[in-house]
Design a protein around this ligand. Structure first.
Ligand SMILES: CC(C)(COP(=O)(O)OP(=O)(O)OC[C@H]1O[C@@H](n2cnc3c(N)ncnc32)[C@H](O)[C@@H]1OP(=O)(O)O)[C@@H](O)C(=O)NCCC(=O)NCCS
Length: 399
């Protein structure tokens, strides 16, 4: 099959890119202006169809994603689309692959996405790095959450929105996988006028205008005879009693609102708070994926456990990014790490497998069991395992 020509988009492609998005994701014309406003053609790649139409496109959004207490520059693929009659001829893969040199040039050392197909993106070097689960809890499952000390929860107002942003920004460095949110991102999640949003906050008694936590949700339609159900936007606090007090408020609507929609990871903190965990609450469950774009850049960018110390010699297989392919020595010490060329390559690993491990998602043993890592040296495998004892990353922001 002839290799298609992929080019960087220009503002003149905006209509064509929107048309691919509309066709691929069922968007309505009413969504066009808001969608186009967040498109940066300079970060999009396209393939032209036979009539000069945009036939395939990818767009990559910039984020900082936190790993080991440090922000790592992430290029988030969003969206990827090929017009239906141009599919299955390698164009989807080609537009995705063509982003990699640009990502590297911009210093976006990792790439991520919420995949429609694992196989498609695995073939491009991505691998699973975290879970994203939509659950619908009967409110009764959460109704008995209580703080162990009195906590003053008050109704939030638009004046609290910037405090919510600051509270989130203070929390993300401690949460592997979380992304920093831009004002634009926040405005989708929590409109500045709080239109349609119920917000509850807890003030920090030590610091005026700072919040210890917040809970935001929307009312959504419920099945009759109930009046409404609750769609949680976010409940966030570092102090366990503040967290419990906020959940108590959210779950207190149970007499009228029987169900509560929450998005979280497979192993949600809620299970450490709830009295009940109904077995059938999962509505949808997907895995987001990650790819190291610039291997030494990504190794240097994340934080590593302070107690980890060691050296492993890797042979990395990366078909799309030749600058990653080949032998590397990975050394970790004092909370930092570096990757340099060389070594005997005694651990063979695909770039996807390495990406999943780097993120803290899959252990070396899991990767070995499933075929993306191979070695005949159990000591090297143990050393690799000891370098990163991270928890599975959590990313609640679907991009
Ligand atoms: C997913 C999509 C982008 C794939 O585009 P495409 O041009 O048909 O894909 P390609 O022809 O480049 O396929 C590359 C490889 O992935 C495989 N693949 C493609 N779509 C796949 C799918 N849905 N499931 C499993 N494998 C898939 C192909 O078989 C091919 O593998 P091969 O080389 O071993 O034969 C396209 O189907 C699409 O636009 N879908 C609607 C929008 C969407 O879901 N976008 C992705 C959101 S994350």
């Amino acid at each position: 099959m002839a290799h298609p020509t992929v080019r960087r988009a220009t503002p003149a492609d905006t209509d064509g890119i929107w048309e691919v998005f509309r066709t691929c994701f069922g968007a309505s014309p009413a969504e066009r202006d808001a969608w186009v406003a967040q498109l940066d053609p300079d970060r999009a790649k396209v393939i032209d169809g036979p009539h000069g139409e945009v036939a395939a496109m990818t767009h990559v959004r910039p984020f900082d994603q936190w790993f080991g207490g440090r922000p790592v520059r992430l290029g988030g693929y969003s969206p990827v689309g090929v017009l239906p009659h141009h599919r299955n001829r390698g164009w989807g893969r080609a537009v995705c692959e063509a982003q990699l040199p640009d990502l590297r040039d911009r210093g976006e050392v990792i790439a991520g996405l919420f995949p429609a197909s694992l196989a498609f993106y695995r073939s491009l070097g991505f691998e699973c790095a975290g879970s994203y689960v939509h659950r619908r809890f009967p409110v009764g499952d959460l109704a008995s959450i209580r703080p162990s000390r009195p906590v003053a929860v008050r109704r939030g107002t638009p004046d609290d929105v910037s405090g919510v942003h600051r509270c989130h920004a203070a929390a993300v460095p401690g949460r592997d996988g979380a992304v920093s949110r831009s004002d634009r991102w926040w405005s989708h999640l929590l409109p500045p006028d709080l239109d349609g949003v119920e917000l509850y906050v807890v003030d920090d008694p030590a610091e005026p205008a700072q919040l210890l936590g917040y809970a935001a949700y929307r009312h959504r339609r419920a099945r009759p005879p109930f009046d409404y159900a609750i769609a949680v936007i976010e409940v966030l606090a570092e102090d366990p009693d503040v967290l419990r007090a906020l959940w108590q408020v959210v779950a207190s609507s149970g007499t009228q609102a029987p169900e509560l929609d929450v998005v979280g990871p497979a192993e949600d903190d809620l299970f450490l708070l709830a009295d009940q965990a109904s077995p059938d609450v999962v509505r949808s469950e997907i895995r987001w994926m990650l790819r190291l774009v610039d291997l030494p850049g990504a190794v240097a960018a994340r934080g590593w456990p302070a107690s980890a110390r060691g050296r492993v010699e890797l042979a990395v297989h990366d078909r799309q990014a030749p600058w990653n392919d080949g032998r590397w020595v990975l050394e970790v010490e004092d909370g930092s790490a570096r990757a340099t060329r060389g070594g005997d390559g005694r651990i063979e690993v695909t770039v996807g497998g390495l990406s999943s491990w780097w993120a803290g998602y899959a252990t070396p043993a899991r990767l070995a069991r499933t075929g993306s890592l191979r070695t005949t040296d159990p000591t090297a495998l143990r050393t690799l395992d000891e370098l990163l004892t991270a928890a599975a990353p959590v990313l609640p922001d679907f991009y």
